[in-house]
Design a protein around this ligand. Structure first.
Ligand SMILES: *Cc1c(COP(=O)(O)O)cnc(C)c1O
Length: 394
């Protein structure tokens, strides 16, 4: 079958939950993707922040193959070495004390929500606790994660959600205080909002949240599913500010393609929340997924990924500032490291399609924002190549 025929098959078989771009990607090499017809594309999406190490990384592939030949799955009722090693590596990288592996980002969010509710329940025995989340946030598609997602169009048809959620404005501490009550058990936010428009939380705001949570014994939860794992130039975005959450989530680049997520917490949160029987998963943290995590963590160190993100990310920032300076339709440029966004004065879909036709993969965040989220291994020459094509599309 050719590409067009495959796309027709797909439209006949898959549920129509995505407006897919008219391309079937077949393989990847470094930071390039190839479609079924052999056309080459520069990838500035990395599968929405997943394939941080680039495609066809030999050491990564070998680590997975080796694990496949050993054992892929056991059960969380038994220990397995990759999960132990992966948890150790995550603890070291995050400074958190306890790790629970999930299969996806949304599941990590569910775990974080359950942790917060249980923490508060153990204190006062009541079951009407509230969570403060933020406008423009995105936390996933399961019912709990959806309930704390700030963009109403994602939620509306599926109401009622889990309930007792209040939405505040990012970087506005007064709006948070207005949502606060004696029932608040957690404040949850993306350290850099991704899907909702590449909006970084400010250091001062995070500090104020930390103080508020400390004063009221409320859990502060950072969703680092998209902005974590080196994307901002720090392993986790909050580390740049030194404002530590009580609970945090990771996924996307954590396994670089093998489905795996995690929620992590401090010893204090771990000691007074979930216990045996409270939470579980069949697949979560299986040996294959955790072998991927171990290898990703190893390569982040060996390749000094953070340094590359800092250097090339700064270069990318400067280049996008130049683009912005001579296109009045670009009304804002936000982000940090390799999670950046260009906000336009109208929809960007046509521009993204034009880029795709010219061999550049880009994606939106909301309707008016082009999200720039390349593999973390790109070099300046890839930035130049991207800018060249982007300019042609504007
Ligand atoms: C992608 C994302 C999620 C959901 O992750 P899934 O793996 O798609 O369930 C949650 N939070 C943030 C910030 C995300 O970017």
């Amino acid at each position: 079958m050719n590409m067009k025929e495959y796309i027709e098959e797909a439209e006949g078989a898959l549920l129509h939950t995505y407006n897919r771009y008219q391309v079937v990607f077949d393989k990847g090499e470094d930071v390039y993707l190839y479609d079924l017809e052999g056309k080459k594309y520069l990838d500035f999406v990395s599968g929405i922040g997943v394939f941080a190490l680039g495609y066809h990384d030999e050491a990564y592939n070998d680590a997975l193959k080796k694990q496949i030949d050993k054992i892929i799955h056991t059960s969380n009722y038994y220990y397995n070495v990759p999960a132990i090693e992966a948890a150790k590596a995550i603890k070291k990288a995050s400074g958190m004390d306890r790790v629970f592996f999930t299969n996806s980002g949304a599941e990590a969010i569910e775990g974080a929500i359950k942790t917060a509710r249980k923490y508060a329940y153990l204190k006062d025995g009541s079951t009407d606790h509230e969570i403060i989340a933020f406008e423009h946030s995105f936390h996933g598609r399961t019912m709990g994660a959806l309930s704390i997602t700030g963009t109403k169009k994602y939620r509306e048809a599926f109401e009622p959600g889990i309930g007792n959620i209040k939405f505040a404005e990012l970087n506005d501490i007064e709006s948070v205080k207005n949502c606060l009550s004696d029932k608040t058990c957690a404040i949850i936010l993306e350290t850099v909002q991704g899907e909702g428009g590449i909006r970084p939380a400010k250091e001062e705001f995070l500090k104020q949240l930390r103080e508020l949570c400390d004063a009221k014994d409320i859990l502060l939860i950072f969703d680092e599913i998209q902005c974590g794992m080196g994307r901002t130039g720090s392993m986790f975005a909050w580390q740049k500010f030194g404002i530590k959450p009580d609970v945090m989530t990771s996924a996307k680049a954590l396994g670089c393609g093998v489905p795996v997520g995690a929620f992590m917490m401090t010893e204090k949160a771990g000691q007074s929340s979930l216990v045996a029987g409270d939470h579980g998963t069949t697949y979560g943290g299986n040996p294959l997924a955790c072998a991927a995590v171990c290898q990703v963590m190893k390569e982040f160190e060996e390749k000094d990924i953070l340094k590359n993100v800092q250097e090339v990310g700064a270069y990318l920032w400067d280049k996008l500032e130049e683009v912005k300076s001579h296109h009045s339709e670009i009304i804002d440029h936000r982000g940090v490291g390799m999670i950046q966004g260009l906000e336009f004065d109208g929809p960007v879909a046509e521009k993204i399609n034009a880029a795709l036709a010219k061999g550049l993969v880009l994606i939106n965040a909301g309707t008016n924002i082009i999200r720039i989220m390349p593999p973390l291994v790109i070099s300046k020459k890839h930035v130049d190549e991207m800018i060249g094509i982007l300019e042609e599309c504007l």
